[in-house]
Design a binder for this molecule. Structure first.
Ligand code: EPU
Length: 335
């Protein structure tokens, strides 16, 4: 296991920000992980865990040890039960599952990042969330060096939430995930845009692969490819607000889109709020707000993480001022 000093992180964050880590290591096994975490040279240093780097914004050079989780392997345990190592690329895994004639995660096609990050924020898109196929995960407990198993219930999944973003933040490293996929070909294409794309193609009873293809084409038409324009997908979460706040916003703008949420609350699209506050497509030098999806902040090349963070804060204040709604950042900000 090689320790690199003063290592560039540009290729390890999909924002493409040019920050460096004092130390960097590529971890390919649990014993690598144990060795590096018990090494006295690094014990007192801050650690930065890197998976696919699709949900972080590096605001400065990292004064510590960056650990790239590169654990690989997919094991078919039979009857659609699949165990996947954390370092596998999520989209490649979705493509693998479809090639094996499994269904269940086709709606999560083209989500950037690695398998290990998927449960952290219970990834979701087009009417499906990871928790629907999730069985359990194995996580390395940093304090003891033991592997702990977390059931679905133990993960406390919510909308872009899990226990690993809350009480267990920074305490565990997810090393593998077990999912229950199906072989019955059942698909969920109720989400408006998918059925539109399928009917345009004249497809009436889509296969999981056809649903995946439709989703890939929707995502490609609206979301920037991180290989071309640096970004981290949705930068903010869609806010869940009280019914009275919703009624107030509706009086202000009758066209506000909404989705009923639990406890009589209402989820409204952050993208809509940001667009109405005038930010969509706004460019500030080499960074800005994507022109086709206001929820996505972009680095056109050479932008500093700190500047993108400042832009995000300005958007937060402006939406708060216009609509009285606080937008929570979905991306992890690393200072
Ligand atoms: N909208 C706007 N302006 C925009 C974009 C969208 O007003 O610039 C409105 C649309 O008209 C629509 C609503 O916002 O009424 C919702 O838009 P969309 O269906 O594109 O979804 P989203 O709520 O913006 C969420 C996820 C995405 C996921 C899509 C599709 C969050 C934070 N984001 O976005 O996830 O792909 O739904 O299911 O929940 C990600 O997390 O990185 C991500 C891309």
């Amino acid at each position: 296991m090689q320790i690199h000093k003063n290592h560039p992180l540009k290729d390890y964050n999909t924002f493409g920000v040019e920050a460096k880590a004092d130390f960097f290591v590529d971890v390919k096994s649990i014993s690598d992980l144990k060795n590096i975490l018990s090494d006295s040279k690094f014990k007192s240093l801050p650690k930065l865990l890197l998976g696919g780097g699709s949900n972080i914004l590096l605001c400065s050079d990292f004064k510590g040890l960056a650990i790239h989780i590169d654990l690989r392997g997919i094991v078919d345990l039979g009857n659609g039960l699949i165990s996947v190592q954390a370092g596998e690329n999520w989209h490649d895994f979705v493509m693998w599952s479809l090639d094996q004639d499994f269904n269940g995660i086709e709606n999560l096609s083209l989500i950037p990042g690695n398998v290990g990050a998927a449960p952290m924020q219970n990834i979701g898109a087009y009417g499906v969330e990871l928790k629907e196929v999730f069985v359990e995960l194995e996580a390395y407990h940093i304090a003891s060096g033991d592997i702990h198993i977390f059931s679905k219930e133990a993960c406390s999944f919510g909308y872009r939430e899990s226990i690993f973003k809350n009480t267990h933040q920074g305490k565990y490293i997810i090393v593998s995930v077990t999912l229950q996929l199906q072989t019955n070909g059942a698909v969920n294409y109720s989400y408006g845009a998918i059925s539109d794309v399928l009917s345009q193609k004249g497809i009436e009873n889509p296969t999981p692969k056809q649903v995946s293809e439709a989703i890939i084409s929707i995502r490609q038409s609206k979301l920037p490819d991180p290989n071309e324009i640096g970004n981290s997908g949705s930068f903010f979460k869609n806010p869940v607000i009280s019914n009275s706040d919703f009624e107030r916003i509706k009086k202000q703008s009758a066209d506000v889109p909404f989705y009923p949420s639990s406890d009589g609350q209402v989820k409204i699209p952050a993208a809509w709020l940001i667009e109405k506050a005038g930010w969509k497509g706004k460019r500030v030098g080499n960074y800005g707000v994507h022109e086709k999806q206001a929820l996505v902040l972009v680095n056109y090349g050479g932008a500093k993480g700190e500047d993108i963070y400042k832009l995000a804060q300005e958007i937060q204040s402006s939406v708060k001022e216009k609509f009285g709604v606080y937008l929570q950042m979905e991306v992890n900000i690393i200072h």
